[in-house]
Design a protein around this ligand. Structure first.
Ligand code: SF4
Length: 378
């Protein structure tokens, strides 16, 4: 028995209706399969039972976990308790304002969840309509209040920007309202126009105008400024939290700690091996090539690990410890890395504090380039 801590992600692939921008592995109108799905997830969890792992963080995401009956969630929570030591320092459940009733939220608290992440996206009705969310802004506000009534002391919301028709003011107004409502954590994502989604098709037909790169940066800058003023620290490019409310689960991803994903389309990185599950609900339920039996298992090389350490770490305010990189490099590699870091520091794209490098604000704007230059030194 190792008693090793891991982060556990559970994918719940059900949604009431597909949002217009969504190409995630989620499905509408398939609730009839939810019980069978939960049983399959419990089976998958059993693969880890003999390893004596502790679920250090737990995250139920999707899809929409609040869309399914609470007994589906309960079955899976019990499955986790059967196969892992249930001792999470943070247990999050994602909710949609249209389905997360006070009753459901209260039941989640009783099951042991202590953090709720609500897919608000915007408090602006026109914006919500453009992206085809099921809920309106009143339901989003009620959901935040109900989460508090249910006893959640840690409430996070998602906001989106660069949505056709949205202005920087509309975005900051939503962020301001979130702060007024007292949420503890805000994730802010730029809309990605994925091929084949109704939103992209509307843009292609000329019905909607995309937000340009300059406007996108302006929106991001304004929301960063507003949230900083309201006491939220940016601890990762897209994530802002009041002190002590940084997501421990997500930090585990960015620090490259072991994580196990269960359910359809879930990815794992466990003991320096990556693997993933079938994407469809039926494929997942019927396949025996799931979890540790997945066909796509890949062992990570030292170079993969170095690249991931840089790619993930530089997104965070904690940065990257250069010693962790140089340990795995030849003398020549170390010299190359030092040269690249010095060059990026001179360009004000990186700051260097002892052994730790961090992307500056300027560096965050061109993060892909910064990462590429560093990894080319490996
Ligand atoms: S709620 Fe989330 S997962 Fe479901 S359709 Fe909308 S964006 Fe996709």
């Amino acid at each position: 028995m190792s008693n090793k801590g891991v982060s556990l992600y559970v994918h719940i692939p059900y949604c009431r209706r597909k949002c217009r921008y969504c190409d995630f592995a989620s499905f509408a109108g398939r609730g009839d399969t939810a019980q069978a799905y939960a049983k399959r997830v419990v089976d998958e969890l059993l693969q880890y039972k003999d390893e004596g792992l502790t679920a250090r963080t737990v995250f139920f995401g999707g899809g929409t976990p609040s869309e399914v009956d609470t007994d589906v969630i309960k079955t899976i929570v019990n499955g986790i308790k059967e196969s892992f030591v249930w001792a999470p320092v943070e247990a999050t459940i994602e909710c949609n304002p249209c389905s997360a009733t006070l009753q459901k939220l209260t039941e989640y608290r009783a099951m042991g969840f202590d953090r709720v992440s609500i897919g608000v996206q915007s408090f602006d009705e026109a914006v919500l309509k453009t992206i085809g969310r099921v809920h309106d802004s009143r339901e989003a506000m009620d959901c935040i209040k109900n989460a508090r009534l249910a006893g959640f002391k840690n409430v996070s919301i998602d906001l989106m920007f660069s949505i056709p028709g949205q202005t920087a003011e509309m975005l900051t107004e939503s962020a301001e309202l979130a702060a007024e409502l007292g949420v503890d954590h805000v994730s802010v994502y730029s809309l990605i126009l994925e091929e084949g989604t109704p939103l992209t098709e509307a843009v292609d037909r000329g019905e909607l105008e995309t937000v340009g790169e300059d406007e996108d940066r302006l929106m991001y800058g304004s929301v960063c400024e507003l949230l900083a003023k309201k006491g939220y620290k940016r601890y990762e490019v897209s994530n802002f939290a009041k002190d002590g409310f940084e997501s421990k689960h997500n930090m585990a991803y960015w620090q490259r700690l072991d994580y196990i994903g269960v359910g359809s389309a879930a990815h794992s990185c466990y003991m320096e091996e990556r693997y993933s599950n079938p994407v469809t609900i039926e494929g997942y339920i019927s396949s025996d090539k799931v979890g540790r039996h997945a066909e796509d298992r890949v062992s990570l090389t030292d170079t993969d690990i170095l690249e991931e350490t840089v790619m993930l770490g530089l997104r965070t305010a904690a940065g990257v410890n250069v010693k962790r990189l140089t340990e795995k490099l030849s003398d020549k590699g170390q010299a190359r890395l030092t040269d690249v870091i010095n060059k990026l520091v001179n360009e004000c794209l990186l700051s260097c504090d002892g052994d730790v490098i961090r992307a500056t604000d300027k560096g965050l704007d061109v993060l892909n380039r910064v990462i590429l230059e560093i990894v080319s030194a490996f």
